[in-house]
Design a protein around this ligand. Structure first.
Ligand SMILES: [Zn+2]
Length: 221
């Protein structure tokens, strides 16, 4: 595959955004090493730009991003796509509002997922995902079983916890998917802190629906 020093690379803009947000995953403490992954779906072209497997984010270049189709065939790129490719694809196939996906191994979200707990509305920022965030049943990373468990648990929300693993967030664009993942890490930390103090006062459904109208996520109730 000749990518001609970038001149004819497919999805160049999406590649740049995947690289940029990969660095932000590390810089903002949402993952360590090469954990987690990011993809952007260009629905018009039917192609997905996905972070490669096992490459440090600060070493990833635009030409390392793998371009795949909705069936997981590599269209352009020499590296292996992320091990969670199947999970990204199942969301793109089943959620027509999803054009970007961010998967993190962020600390507090992962701690909540290791308790098998759903994330409850302790803070209004959870409204970026929905009324709450469910925890999907455990399955081995990279497996279709995990992808199916995650799809089942997310429902029409914008995020789901993966038991003993991490978090996955989706959105209409990468900025929104990334900030949802970031906000949910904050909500997870608050949830953790309140659980060490006792039982938190949760926001009511009516209070959350007011927030979700402002966030334009009302449909994800
Ligand atoms: Zn993972």
């Amino acid at each position: 595959m000749d990518i001609n020093g970038g001149k004819h690379m497919l999805l160049l803009e999406e590649r740049k955004l995947v690289v940029e947000h990969g660095k932000k995953l590390i810089d903002n403490g949402l993952t360590t090493g090469s954990g987690g992954n990011i993809s952007i779906y260009n629905r018009e072209k039917g192609l997905i730009a996905m972070s490669p497997s096992g490459l440090a984010y600060h070493e990833t270049r635009v030409e390392d991003i793998v371009i795949i189709d909705l069936n997981g065939n590599i269209v352009e790129g020499d590296l292996t796509p992320s091990s969670e490719m199947g999970m990204h694809l199942i969301f793109y196939k089943n959620r027509d509002d999803a054009n970007a996906i961010v998967h993190t191994h962020s600390k507090f979200a992962t701690a909540i997922s290791a308790m098998g707990w759903n994330l409850e509305p302790v803070h209004y920022l959870i409204g970026f995902a929905g009324l709450d965030v469910k925890c999907a049943k455990y399955a081995t990373y990279g497996s279709m079983e995990l992808a199916e468990n995650a799809l089942e648990a997310i429902g029409n929300r914008n995020a789901v916890l993966l038991a003993n693993h991490g978090l996955i967030a989706l959105g209409p664009d990468i900025g929104r998917a990334f900030s949802t993942a970031e906000h949910l890490e904050y909500v997870s930390e608050i949830y953790y802190l309140t659980k060490t103090l006792g039982e938190p006062n949760l926001l009511t459904e009516a209070q959350m629906l007011d927030v979700m109208k402002k966030f334009n996520t009302y449909r994800y109730q």
